[in-house]
Design a protein around this ligand. Structure first.
Ligand SMILES: Cc1cc2nc3c(=O)[nH]c(=O)nc-3n(C[C@H](O)[C@H](O)[C@H](O)COP(=O)(O)OP(=O)(O)OC[C@H]3O[C@@H](n4cnc5c(N)ncnc54)[C@H](O)[C@@H]3O)c2cc1C
Length: 395
């Protein structure tokens, strides 16, 4: 079923986009509605996303590494990339996660920090969806504070030998290549953390999948284990020094979430409005009660404001002016409002709201992960707090 509503008109949202952006948005929306939406409930319930199939189709659409230049990437505006994330997450956060991790984390890291050899080897295939990438930063004991990571890369002659593990890695078990961040004894400031491009068929690499998730079930999440993984000197990303490497990539992925989470919220609200218009309680449609309309109006304000903030941040990014604090502001606002909206919409659907017949509980559960990954809400509050007070309260 196609998802169109009068919601965007309330804020005249399309008046803020150019013709190319609208065309890209509509193409992704049409693909999402026809190819993904009919299956997503089953993929979520079965916890089985056909990643390779979907990645190849997303690659054909130009949605992987969309705003990167060259090496087979389409080179669109950041705003257009954000709009694609919004439409994909309107179907499911798991699909947008696949695109974010592939394009904004794995491909961006290689594109931004990699050698020509690394870029030529991986980026064209990743843009086409023929090679899947993952990004290993988080460890079992180090999530919000990755500077404490224990995974180590040690020199052995010209080679690097990688030992340790990563946790909660999207696409891990299906990836052809992992961008892995590890401690080294390279002493330059601010730390010896370096990134490595690791083909997943390298001996000593394994990626057991994490099961029993109640959130992002239509997404592969894995542990990465490195047991004496021997890599050539050329595997290191030459231009990334210290935590700036992974944090710059995370900024890219967070940008996509600013748009994406609002897509999930929009889908919940459109579902709730349609449901309220046909569901009769006490002899008339639920939509005709003032309590329902108050809920709908308040949620529409947040969905609209979320779009406006996303579009504004998109313009700043396209002009090369966006700051990490602004990205934190957008990520915090979009995810926090989206999860509130999903829960409120669930009340409108009553008991039907708890089933996968409707997307709302699926979005609500997914948004629990989106609230946590790419920097938790609390970490973004601390980032904003530091910007406003000049005082860092992380420790
Ligand atoms: C489905 C899913 C997919 C993921 N995909 C990836 C991936 O592809 N690659 C990757 O590297 N990681 C990935 N992650 C990991 C994710 O980035 C981390 O879960 C996240 O950074 C939080 O780390 P943590 O879970 O260890 O929580 P913790 O850091 O242990 O935080 C626990 C709680 O403490 C709070 N807290 C932390 N520090 C402070 C502080 N200074 N002050 C106050 N409160 C604080 C947090 O906000 C949170 O509420 C994924 C996670 C999920 C759930």
């Amino acid at each position: 079923m196609s998802r169109t509503s009068t919601l965007p008109q309330l804020f005249a949202l399309d008046s803020l986009l150019d013709a190319d952006e609208i065309a890209i948005r509509d193409t992704v929306r049409s693909f999402a509605d026809s190819r993904l939406r009919p299956h997503i409930g089953d993929w979520f319930e079965d916890a089985k996303l056909p990643v390779r199939e979907i990645a190849a189709e997303l690659g054909g659409l130009g949605a992987l590494g969309m705003h990167l230049e060259g090496y087979g990437c389409p080179g669109t505006s950041a705003t257009a990339y954000g709009l694609a994330c919004l439409e994909l997450e309107a179907v499911d956060s798991g699909i947008r996660s696949l695109v974010s991790v592939q394009g904004s984390l794995a491909m961006f890291s290689i594109h931004h920090w990699g050698s020509e050899e690394q870029k030529n080897e991986w980026l064209p295939r990743m843009a086409a969806g023929e090679a899947i990438g993952c990004f290993g930063l988080t460890e079992p004991d180090f999530g919000s504070n990755p500077s404490g990571m224990r995974t180590q890369a040690k020199r052995d002659g010209d080679d690097w030998v990688l030992n340790g593990s990563k946790m909660w890695i999207t696409n891990g078990s299906v990836a052809d290549v992992a961008v892995v961040w590890a401690q080294t004894d390279l002493a330059d400031s601010p730390s010896g953390i370096r990134g490595f491009v690791v083909p997943t068929d390298t001996p000593g690499f394994s990626a057991p999948e994490i099961h029993k998730k109640m959130s992002l079930r239509a997404s592969v999440t894995s542990e990465l284990v490195f047991d004496d993984v021997r890599l050539p000197a050329s595997a290191m990303l030459p231009k990334a020094e210290g935590l700036r490497g992974p944090l710059t990539a995370l900024g890219e992925a967070r940008f996509g979430i600013i748009f994406g989470a609002i897509g999930a919220a929009r889908d919940c609200l459109e579902t709730a409005i349609a449901y309220a218009q046909t569901r009769e309680v006490f002899d008339k449609p639920l939509a005709g009660y003032q309590i329902t309309q108050t809920k709908i109006a308040d949620m529409a304000l947040e969905v609209g404001k979320g779009h406006l903030l996303a579009y504004h941040l998109g313009r700043l990014k396209d002009r090369g002016e966006i700051t990490p604090e602004q990205v934190s502001t957008g990520k915090l606002n979009s995810t926090r409002e989206a999860i509130k909206i999903a829960r409120e919409c669930r009340t409108i659907l009553g008991a039907n709201g708890i089933t996968l017949e409707y997307p709302v509980i699926r979005h609500a559960n997914n948004l629990e992960s989106v609230l946590t990954y790419e920097g938790t809400s609390e970490v973004h509050q601390l980032t904003i707090g530091r910007a406003l007070t000049g005082s860092a309260a992380f420790r």
